[in-house]
Design a protein around this ligand. Structure first.
Ligand code: ZN
Length: 242
């Protein structure tokens, strides 16, 4: 009997968490969907390229943080417009999580044109300069704390993985960890694009992330559905499976 009840509970929980991932979706133009995580944190998903990619928006009071600046289709302008017109917040900071253009840094021109302050790791600045790309205005070495409204945000460089410069972004008040492309989704069958990856360092880097953020309740991968800390364990498993 107990077993039956727990199976039913598990089924309901799975169904409900599945619904949570598909409810509360806001469509912004043709290519962007926004998914609320509650308390001012939103995952935005862009589908103007082959793979949908995730970024993050965090609203606290009348200030906002935008994580990543995807390329093309006026994505950045649409996101900035949504923050200003529907959330009535000013973008205090933009953070780019690695140097790849399509899903992370290709829209930084629009950010710079808007006169916004933007950050990335020092290594991202190096890569951008090496590839002669427009880049964020400031770099940091290991970590950077930002104040957004009355909330704190930590940007942290945990080591090499998907790229040599990838960072993660932590919202302590919400226990949300944006892992970006360092973290794979639960259905991923491979590591995706690995031309610029450090496959040897990657598992150790994810273990660093696990050690740094033991309280993470929601983990957002660079592509596809968010999950729990299990995504970090699963990424390590995929790396060890290869
Ligand atoms: Zn990438």
């Amino acid at each position: 009997m107990l077993r039956t009840i727990s199976i039913i509970c598990l089924f309901l929980f799975n169904t409900m968490s599945g619904l949570c991932q598909s409810q509360q979706l806001t469509h912004l133009g043709k290519y962007i969907t926004l998914q609320s995580l509650g308390s001012g944190a939103y995952i935005y998903t862009c589908s103007n390229f082959e793979f949908p990619s995730n970024g993050l928006i965090y609203i606290a009071g009348n200030e906002a943080l935008l994580v990543d600046a995807p390329d093309g289709a006026g994505i950045v302008d649409s996101l900035l417009g949504w923050i200003k017109n529907t959330q009535h917040a000013d973008v205090k900071a933009v953070v780019v999580t690695h140097w790849h253009q399509q899903d992370r840094m290709g829209g930084i021109d629009a950010i710079n044109k808007a006169g916004l302050t933007s950050y990335c790791s020092d290594k991202t600045l190096e890569e951008a300069k090496k590839h002669k790309r427009a880049h964020p205005s400031s770099g940091f070495k290991d970590s950077l704390w930002l104040n957004i409204g009355d909330k704190k945000v930590l940007c942290k460089y945990p080591g090499e993985g998907h790229t040599r410069d990838n960072i993660v972004v932590w919202l302590p008040a919400e226990k949300v960890l944006f892992g970006g492309c360092l973290v794979k989704d639960a259905k991923a069958q491979n590591l995706g694009y690995t031309e610029d990856a450090n496959l040897k360092a990657w598992p150790k880097t994810v273990k660093n992330v696990l050690r740094s953020f033991p309280d993470a309740a929601i983990v957002v991968p660079g592509h596809f559905n968010y999950g729990s800390k299990d995504l970090l364990y699963y990424t390590i498993e995929l790396l060890e499976r290869k």
